[in-house]
Design a protein. Sequence first.
Lengths: 286, 128
Amino acid sequence: MTIVVASGKGGTGKTTVSVGLARALDAEVSLLDCDVEAPNTGLFLREAGAPARARRFTVPVPRIDAQRCTGCGACAAFCAFGALAVVRDRVLLFEDLCHACGGCTLVCPTDAIDEVPHAIGTITITETPGLFHVTGELDVGQTLAPPLIRAVKQTVGATTSVTIIDAAPGTTCPVVEAARGADVGLLVTENTPFGLHDLELAAQVFTDLEIPAGIVVNRSGIGYGDESRLLEISGRFGFPILMRIPFSQAVARGYADGANILDSMPGLRDGFARLYNDLVRIGAAS
Amino acid sequence: MDTEAVIMTVCITTATTEPGARMDTRFGRSPYFTFVDTESGEVKIEENPFAGGSSGVGARVGQFIAEHGTRALIAAQVGPSAHAVLEAAGIDAYVSHAETVHDALAEFKEGKLERITEPSNAKHSGRS
């Protein structure tokens, strides 16, 4: 069973919920941090001293054999990303624009292009009892998130029964890549204008991806005076509100100290267990 | 270089063509380019096919003007990818803030323009 936690608006509490759910479950869990531009699940898991292994993640980029290259320009003409330019029979490669599609190697008429690995990020695996924690992190200055996210999603613990994916905020390519193929989604929102505006966008993405989802309202109690707009969105998309986490300064103070939500609000453990059962039901119903 | 004497194709970034061609302050996303053959005086204005692109534009436009036989470019600024391509192509870039293409060309022919030796900004890649 794979659950993807997304939001729309940033800062609503995706990581809080992913970590809370991962820690509350009595199962072998893989927690995959797919917010590869700014992964932060590790901040809330007590992993000091736990065995961790890291590997560099690479994408294949072209290497041009100057002897075989005739300067015909076919590679540059094909590249959809402007990563290649051919001037005076010389090929210029802009590695950071390359999307590693491999197209240039195919269209070169003289077989002058082969592919070499170009490191753009790191995948780190940390194991603690019951939790297989994977973090993908792009190097500073790199922007090619989707291939790294795909690689993180393929890194699941051998004994895992539940996979929780912490997606990036927003509704762009990294979120779509993180969510694609999940059994069920969990949209974390807050009952504020920005929260609900972006919840609608995220709900539309999940509808387009045909992933059933439920909603968690974090910091419940703040924002709009009532939940009428939130309920309308929930009803319109068919995504039920599964949990409300009340606003609490104690949680915010704990968060600032790196405590996770179950440390600050132990009573939520049962709530997360019920949330999981609801998600299983939603995933099965579709 | 004695710009008055050398025969070449000069490229000037162009924002509009009507009523008189005005210079554009951008290079990669300049909507048009004016190509002037300094020998025959022939003037060609061409649409920039990459102007609407989201990324990878600078290098492609550099290649585009190189394919037109450009030897000198007149622009307000040139980005890092374009700069690399222009250098490789042997195209000299000159800075001008003239309002019209006509004025920019006149400044060039009078040898008043300075070379652009560095790109305008640091490299950044991908969608911004």
